[in-house]
Design a protein around this ligand. Structure first.
Ligand code: GDP
Ligand code: MN
Length: 429
């Protein structure tokens, strides 16, 4: 139940019990608010709209931010209210009878974790094993900038029959690069602290964001793998997953899978969009023919974000859950993009997160139809959920985005649903 105000615009979508045969795209599309803006001209050039700080905001002056939010929450609620089970594709690979004979995809779990987070990682691992991996035995890879303790290794290994690898991250992939100007860094941190940005002062957090943005897939051990599923300590998994998610990615040609999409603190990515635009100006040919630009540029729900970032909505896939193909990140466009950003220093002068960096890379350089919302997977990382209306989903409130209703304006999924999902994707469950 969301906290809504009583004044709705007249054409808002409120009917939660649509007849079963109504196409989902009819439910979620409001003809008056369907964005029809093209950011790339037919000759492949980014046009003036692309560079505007506000785009849609100027097109729909009749709607207040509050009206828009209410409409968007309705879209989310209506969509999540549909009962779903698992993707309706004919190629789901079921748990094998003989697990030892099973030919797995080229995949591993990845968990960057500190020795002090032993309990948190064990609880996440137990759930993942119970809901999915006991049937498939995908190996686990644990990463740390320090040496894992004996105790950590012994206790973790007890929770799975699969192989576990404990890897110490080489310092050149983790530590702050030498070219970071410490005065500029101090100034940046001061600004972020002033703006109440979490972890502003924590160098290890900045290292972590940079590492997950551009370096993890280049660790020797991970070079052997194509797909990974990122697991964070103290996350929860609410649904049984009775098919091989990695083979789902492979057989259906998906690059990236997520469960939650939300807004970021705009101050933490103050100049990320400007840097991205400068990179794109020199590399126009890297932009995919089917990019997710409306999601990146949407400015109706939280326009103050676009004001602070010079135009980026701050919408991103929440990276504490990712099932993805590392070859995308190893590709030339993404590698050059990361190197460009790294050289700008924003992982330290600001607090660019791995989630917005991955998301910008994917939205710009990948075909959006290859980005998959695993909306069948019930998942929580405090304080947000993906909680599908699935009879088997236990432990979260179905259809809710957060325990705290005042955080509902942080949800970017309505924008993803409305503007980026193809009919095929909308009807996949
Ligand atoms: P939040 O989710 O953004 O609040 O950040 P977390 O504290 O959960 O950190 C994200 C991930 O990086 C988690 O898996 C942490 O265990 C891991 N992490 C963060 N900082 C460090 C660090 O300094 N060393 C190691 N080994 N892992 C870290
Ligand atoms: Mn976390």
């Amino acid at each position: 139940t969301y906290n809504r105000t009583s004044s709705y615009p007249p054409n808002i979508i409120t009917n939660l019990d649509q007849p079963k045969n109504t196409s989902i795209s009819k439910i979620i599309h409001n003809p008056e608010l369907d964005l029809k803006l093209d950011y790339i001209d037919s000759d492949g050039q980014l046009n003036e709209l692309f560079f505007r700080r506000f785009r849609h905001h100027n097109e729909y002056p009749q709607y207040s931010t509050k009206d828009i939010l209410n409409q968007n929450l309705d879209v989310y609620e209506t969509y999540l209210n549909n009962e779903i089970l698992e993707p309706k594709v004919s190629n789901l690979v079921r748990p094998p009878d003989e697990i030892d004979q099973y030919e797995r995809a080229n995949a591993t779990f990845i968990s960057l974790v500190r020795n002090s987070e032993l309990q948190g990682i064990i609880s996440a691992m137990k759930e993942v094993e119970k809901k999915f991996n006991k049937n498939f035995n995908y190996p686990w890879t644990f990463l740390n900038d320090r040496e894992f303790t004996k105790k950590f290794i012994e206790k973790v290994q007890k929770n799975t029959n699969a192989e576990c690898h404990f890897i110490r991250i080489p310092s050149h992939l983790w530590d702050k690069p030498f070219n970071i100007d410490s005065n500029r860094e101090k100034e940046g941190i001061k600004y972020l602290i002033n703006e109440n940005i979490q972890y502003a002062n924590k160098i290890s957090y900045h290292n972590m964001c940079r590492f997950y943005s551009g370096n993890f897939y280049n660790i020797d051990h991970l070079k052997n793998f194509k797909y990974y599923w990122r697991i964070e300590p103290s996350t929860s998994y609410f649904t049984k997953i009775n098919y091989d998610v990695f083979k789902f990615m492979e057989l259906n040609k998906k690059t990236y899978g997520f469960t939650i999409s939300l807004y970021d603190s705009p101050q933490s990515v103050h100049t990320l969009w400007n840097a991205t635009i400068n990179f794109l100006k020199q590399n126009l040919h890297y932009i995919n023919k089917n990019p997710a630009l409306d999601w990146l540029l949407y400015d109706l729900q939280n326009p103050h974000h676009n004001a602070i970032t010079s135009g980026y909505s701050t919408c991103h896939f929440w990276s504490n859950f990712e099932i993805a193909d590392m070859d995308f990140f190893r590709s030339k466009p993404y590698t050059e993009y990361f190197n460009y950003l790294d050289n700008e220093g924003g992982f330290y002068y600001e607090r660019w997160g791995d989630a917005p960096v991955h998301s910008l890379g994917l939205a710009l350089f990948e075909d959006k139809s290859k980005i998959h919302w695993f909306r069948d997977i019930g998942y929580k990382h405090f304080p947000y959920f993906n909680c599908p209306n699935n009879p088997d989903c236990e432990g979260c409130e179905k259809g809710s985005f957060s325990e705290y209703a005042n955080l509902n304006d942080q949800n970017c999924l309505p924008t993803w649903i409305k503007y980026e999902m193809t009919d095929e994707q909308l009807n996949l469950y």
